[in-house]
Design a protein around this ligand. Structure first.
Ligand code: GRF
Length: 198
């Protein structure tokens, strides 16, 4: 059984895709040990609660220093004993102390075809705004291993999505989620589950 911890910040549609694939049997031998958000208002926490998954908020607002927040986030992750940490719309830069504690065992979903439209400042809707500004005809999503850079770790899976005439950032974001993110992230988790023996 692959024990995963899912880190979220917003709506949690990627978390929901993982929950749904486990429920429909597409994603086997995976258990979501817990969901952690930096944002107490994240709807993703409601999604976890509805699925009876332990949900925790570790907010930087509750700590005097960034280091104290990082230590609390690390402690909460460690308490779940994850084999794999999944960043699903998580807007916090994962500190090096956590990346070093879980080498090759943290993955992230990014809403573009890396190396396009990624790095500092490229997250959420902004990624799609830049893709439309540039006039690309194809965009998509990427699942990659998290290293100490920003969106710079080894790429695991990618899927292309067409950009259509008249797309707004919101329309394009939704298409990339529906056609790429919600398929790729469960598939990437399955790659780790298949590698794990017991
Ligand atoms: C989306 O923009 C997604 O592309 C990115 O994080 C944002 C929120 O996703 N990964 P979610 O609905 O919270 O999963």
């Amino acid at each position: 059984m692959l024990n995963i911890a899912v880190c979220v910040s917003g709506g949690g549609t990627n978390l929901q895709a993982i929950i749904d694939r486990i429920a429909d049997g597409t994603l086997e031998n995976v258990k979501i040990a817990g969901v952690i958000s930096n944002n107490k208002n994240a709807y993703a926490l409601e999604r976890a609660a509805k699925a009876d998954i332990p949900a925790f908020c570790v907010s930087p607002k509750d700590f005097e220093t960034r280091e104290a927040f990082h230590d609390a986030l690390a402690a909460q992750l460690d308490a779940l004993h994850p084999d794999l940490i999944v960043l699903a719309g998580f807007l916090v830069a994962v500190p090096a102390q956590i990346i070093r504690a879980y080498p090759g065992r943290i993955i992230n979903i990014h809403p573009s075809l890396i190396p396009s439209f990624c790095g500092v400042g490229y997250y959420g809707l902004k990624v799609h705004e830049k893709a439309l500004e540039r006039g690309v005809k194809v965009t998509g999503a990427t699942v990659h291993v998290v290293d100490e850079g920003m969106d710079s770790g080894p790429i695991l899976l990618q899927k292309a999505v067409e950009v259509r005439e008249g797309d707004t950032p919101e329309i394009l974001q939704r298409r990339v989620m529906e056609q790429a993110e919600w398929e790729l992230l469960p598939r990437a988790i399955g790659m780790f589950a298949n590698k794990k023996e017991d």
